[in-house]
Design a protein around this ligand. Structure first.
Ligand code: ZN
Length: 345
């Protein structure tokens, strides 16, 4: 089969022909129908510092996908050949404290598809049964493949109780855009969206952001938000995570407000805990992955009923054979893109 491999510990990747993997007793083999490119894949492709410490080539990367089950392991009970599935990408151990108390998305021994084990940028891939999410046959392959990042957005919004609140979503990438859609659908009263790229801010507006602020162009946006909201937004959803975003977030958060952290900073930075959190009475919520599987049921409800239409976020589609072209676009700083989907057939 054709697979996108990280063959060397350096930038880039290559399309290689390798054996179709064999599912273990608790796994299924899928024929991949669509796969989408995540920020994580960009890190692996460009071979940044994080990848150098985490990724062990040679390996198949990629984790956002959907596909048809073509073979099942001998222990598999809930999935059958022919099922149309998407994959939850956090593979839990099933035995640790978190797994046994309903928090398997933060399993202590978590192994991530396409990061710690072979992923899905390939014609076929193995997925553990526990991570299979059955789709309705009517769901388009591109939407089925983006449910995993859509789930990050859904979990972030649902954990933050945004209904009838004034909120700020920091960041303008695909997950921030999905979060604008989910927050709008579940009744946020006003959504400020802070970003840096006009192309992406426009997508966030289409998804439901009420007020977009390009922080590279508008000065005094902190003061403006504090004034318009009479002391700050009730909730900040940080989908960017860098130092500037975190500082902005706490600066525009009202006293006793909630800061929900999803974005990941490239490196640790200095932060004034006393001013930002203690004296403010702020609450901080960390978001990792998706709640297994409460988030998946919620996101299905949002997509099935049309409460959220994620299609404006999907800006590019490529056949799988053009994988390198797709990765070059995804990592280009010149040509804007949001979610890029690879169609396998
Ligand atoms: Zn566990």
């Amino acid at each position: 089969m054709l697979a996108a491999m990280k063959t060397k510990p350096s930038a880039g990747a290559e399309l290689a022909v390798i054996d179709i993997p064999k599912p273990k007793p608790d796994e299924v083999l899928i024929k991949v129908k669509a796969a989408s490119i995540c920020g994580t894949d960009k890190h692996i492709y460009t071979w940044d510092k994080w990848s150098q410490g985490r990724i062990k080539p040679p390996m198949v990367f990629g984790h956002e996908c959907c596909g048809e089950v073509v073979e099942i392991g001998s222990f598999v009970k809930g999935i059958k050949v022919g099922d149309y599935i998407s994959a939850e990408t956090h593979v839990p151990c099933g035995h640790c404290y978190q797994c046994r108390t309903g928090d398997m998305h933060v399993c202590r021994n978590v192994s991530i598809l396409g990061v710690d084990r072979n992923g899905i940028f390939a014609e076929y891939a193995v997925v553990p049964e526990i991570c299979c999410w059955k789709n309705d046959s009517s769901l388009s392959v591109e939407i089925a493949s983006i449910q995993e990042p859509f789930g990050n957005a859904t979990y972030t919004v649902m954990e933050s109780n945004v209904s009838a609140k004034k909120i700020a979503i920091i960041g303008d990438g695909p997950i921030a855009a999905f979060a604008c859609g989910v927050a709008h659908a579940v009744g946020a009263a006003r959504i400020y969206n802070l970003g840096m790229i006009e192309f992406n801010l426009e997508i966030c507006r289409k998804m439901g952001a009420d007020i977009s602020i390009n922080v590279t162009q508008e000065k005094n946006y902190r003061e403006r938000i504090l004034e318009e909201t009479d002391g700050g937004v009730d909730i900040v959803l940080d989908m960017a995570g860098n130092k500037a975003a975190v500082h902005d977030g706490f600066a525009i958060l009202r006293r006793m407000g909630t800061f929900t952290a999803f974005g990941i900073a490239p490196a640790p930075f200095e932060f004034d805990m006393a001013e930002s959190v203690v004296f403010k009475g702020a609450k901080i919520i960390g978001i990792s992955g998706r709640k297994m599987f409460e988030t998946w049921y919620q996101l299905r409800n949002l997509l099935d009923t049309g409460k959220v239409d994620p299609r404006p976020v999907i800006t590019h589609r490529f056949p799988f054979k053009d994988f390198i072209k797709a990765m070059d676009l995804a990592t280009s700083h010149k040509i804007p893109s949001s979610k890029i989907v690879l169609i396998m057939e």
